[in-house]
Design a binder for this molecule. Structure first.
Ligand SMILES: *[C@@H]1O[C@H](CO)[C@@H](O)[C@H](O)[C@H]1NC(C)=O
Ligand SMILES: *[C@@H]1O[C@H](CO)[C@@H](O)[C@H](O)[C@H]1NC(C)=O
Length: 454
C-alpha cells in the first residue's frame, strides 16, 4: 500500500514542480539602496550612540581611568558583498571617541575606527514563507586607534584597555545594530504575501517557489504566483514547458524582474469574462453606419432579407482562455471568439441573429508601467481565421466579410479590450520597489523589467 501512496504522491510532487512564473534578480544596486535606507529608517546611529553613552555592564573599571564614556559615534559606511550560496557579507565601518579621566586628573581620549562585519544569511521564513536575512558571525575589527594619553602610559595601558574592554564590549554594543538594520530590511518583504487585485475579477499573489539563491552578482528569487478568481478556483499557470531565461548582457550589479508569458496568460484569463461585449451603437469610430444596408454590401442576401435597413447589434464572446505569447521584441494576445450579428427590431422585441462566426485573431501588446502596475495596450496584429457556424440568411462566403470584420475589431472591439486592460497587472511588492522607471524588454517567453533606482 505504502508504495502505491508514494507513487501517487511522488507523481503529484514531480507534476506540480513547474518553472517559476516570475523571477527576480536583485543586484547590488538595490541591495545597497535597501540596506542604506533601512539604516536611516531604523535610526540605528542614534540608538547606537544612546546605547554607547550608557554604562556598559562588561566594561570593567580600568586602573587609573575613571568616568569612562563613549561618544561621537560616526556615520557608518556600509559595504556589502554577495557570498554565493549564503547571502550577503556586510561590513559597517564606523568610529567613536572614548573619553575618561586619567589618574593624574587629565582628560583621556581614545579615538577608535572599527569595522563590524557579519554574514547575513538569506533564508525563507518558515512561518510566513517570505525571504529573510539572518546575521551570523558578527565581529568587531579595530582598524585604527589614536589616543592623547602621555606616551609613557601608552603601549601597555592602551593595549590592556583594548584587549580587556573594547574587544569584549564592542560586539555587544555594535552587533545588535546589524540585527536591527536587518529587521528593517526583512520588514520590506512583508507585502509580498498580499493578494493584489486584478480589477474586480480576482487577485494575484507572488508566492516564493523556494529559498532565494545567492550568486556572486545577484540574489535570485523564484516565484510561483497564485492567480485566484474572485469567486472560484485558482487559475493554474499552465506553461508548455517553454524555457524562461534572462537574456545575457545585463550590467553587473543591476536588477531585473522577469514575468513569464504563462503568468500574464493566467492573469488575462481572470479578465476573460470582461472581454465579452455587446455593441449596439449605430456609429462606431470611423466605421460606416452599423446597419443591414452596410452589411448588404458584403453579403447581398442581407438586402433581400431586410429591404428596410435595421440597426446591427453585435455580440463578441471570448470562448477560450486568452493566451499571451512572447518572442524577442514582440508579444501577442491570441483570442478565440464568437462574433454574432443581429438585426435589431422594434422596441421590446429581441434582435434576430443573422449569423455567428468563429473568429480567431491576434492582438499585438505594448507594455508599460504606470503607478507600479504593468499596463498593456493592444492593437490588431492579424485576423487569423473566420468560419461560419450558423446563418439565418442562408449560405454565404464568410471570407467576403474579412475586411468588414477586421475593421470592426479594430474600431469597435479593441478599444473595449484596451479599456478593460487599464486595470493593470500587479507587480511583486517588495523592498518598496518603484517600478515606474523600469525599462521593459520582450524576450523569449517573458517580459523583462530592467529595474532602475531613482
Ligand atoms: C574595514 O572596512 C573597510 C571598508 O569595507 C575596508 O576597506 C578595510 O580594509 C577594513 N579594514 C579592516 C582592518 O578590516
Ligand atoms: C457606444 O455608445 C456608448 C454610449 O454613447 C459609448 O459609451 C460606447 O463607448 C460606444 N461603443 C462603441 C464601441 O463605440
Amino acid at each position: 500500500m505504502m508504495w502505491i501512496l508514494c507513487l501517487a504522491l511522488c507523481g503529484l510532487l514531480t507534476g506540480t514542480r513547474a518553472d517559476p512564473g516570475a523571477v527576480l534578480r536583485l543586484g547590488m544596486d538595490i541591495m545597497n539602496h535597501e540596506v542604506q535606507s533601512a539604516m536611516e529608517e531604523s535610526h540605528i546611529l542614534e540608538k547606537m550612540a544612546a546605547e554607547a553613552g550608557k554604562k556598559q555592564p562588561g566594561m570593567k573599571p580600568i586602573k587609573g581611568i575613571t568616568n569612562l564614556k563613549v561618544k561621537d559615534v560616526q556615520l557608518p559606511a556600509i559595504t556589502l558583498n554577495f557570498v554565493p550560496g549564503v547571502g550577503i557579507f556586510q561590513c559597517v565601518s564606523t568610529g567613536m571617541t572614548i573619553t575618561g579621566k586619567s589618574f593624574m586628573g587629565g582628560n583621556m581620549e581614545i579615538i577608535v575606527v572599527l569595522n563590524i562585519t557579519a554574514t547575513n544569511r538569506l533564508l525563507q521564513d518558515e512561518d510566513t514563507g517570505l525571504p529573510m536575512f539572518k546575521s551570523e558571525g558578527c565581529e568587531v575589527i579595530l582598524v585604527n586607534v589614536k589616543t592623547n594619553l602621555p606616551s609613557n602610559m601608552l603601549p601597555k595601558m592602551v593595549k590592556k584597555f583594548l584587549d580587556s574592554t573594547l574587544h569584549k564590549v564592542l560586539p555587544g554594543l555594535m552587533c545588535p545594530a546589524i540585527d536591527a538594520v536587518l529587521v528593517y530590511v526583512n520588514r520590506k518583504w512583508t507585502n509580498l504575501n498580499d493578494a493584489m487585485p486584478v480589477g474586480q475579477m480576482g487577485t494575484v499573489k507572488y508566492v516564493l517557489m523556494s529559498t532565494p539563491t545567492t550568486t556572486a552578482s545577484y540574489i535570485q528569487v523564484d516565484f510561483s504566483p497564485v492567480v485566484q478568481q474572485q469567486k472560484g478556483k485558482a487559475i493554474p499557470l499552465a506553461g508548455d514547458g517553454e524555457a524562461l531565461e534572462f537574456p545575457k548582457g545585463y550590467a553587473e550589479g543591476s536588477s531585473q524582474l522577469l514575468l513569464s508569458a504563462t503568468l500574464l496568460t493566467a492573469e488575462l484569463t481572470l479578465l476573460q469574462k470582461s472581454l465579452d461585449v455587446k455593441v449596439q451603437n449605430m456609429t462606431v469610430g470611423k466605421l460606416p453606419p452599423q446597419t443591414t444596408k452596410t452589411l448588404a454590401a458584403f453579403i447581398p442576401k442581407v438586402a433581400k432579407a431586410y429591404p428596410k435597413p435595421k440597426h446591427l447589434v453585435t455580440h463578441i464572446r471570448i470562448n477560450k482562455p486568452p493566451k499571451v505569447t512572447m518572442k524577442t521584441g514582440k508579444s501577442l494576445l491570441q483570442l478565440h471568439s464568437t462574433l454574432e450579428m443581429f438585426a435589431a427590431r422594434r422596441r421590446g422585441k429581441p434582435p434576430v441573429s443573422l449569423f455567428l462566426l468563429e473568429v480567431h485573431f491576434n492582438l499585438k501588446i505594448q507594455y508599460s508601467v504606470h503607478e507600479n502596475r504593468l499596463q498593456m495596450v493592444t492593437s490588431l496584429d492579424r485576423l487569423l481565421s473566420l468560419s461560419r457556424e450558423s446563418s439565418s440568411i442562408g449560405n454565404f462566403n464568410e471570407k467576403e466579410l474579412t475586411g468588414f470584420i477586421t475593421d470592426y475589431l479594430r474600431e469597435a472591439y479593441i478599444p473595449v479590450i484596451n479599456d478593460v486592460l487599464q486595470v493593470g497587472l500587479p507587480l511583486p511588492d517588495f523592498l518598496a520597489m518603484n517600478y515606474n522607471l523600469a525599462e521593459l524588454h520582450i524576450v523569449e517567453n517573458g517580459l523583462v523589467l530592467d529595474l532602475k533606482l531613482e
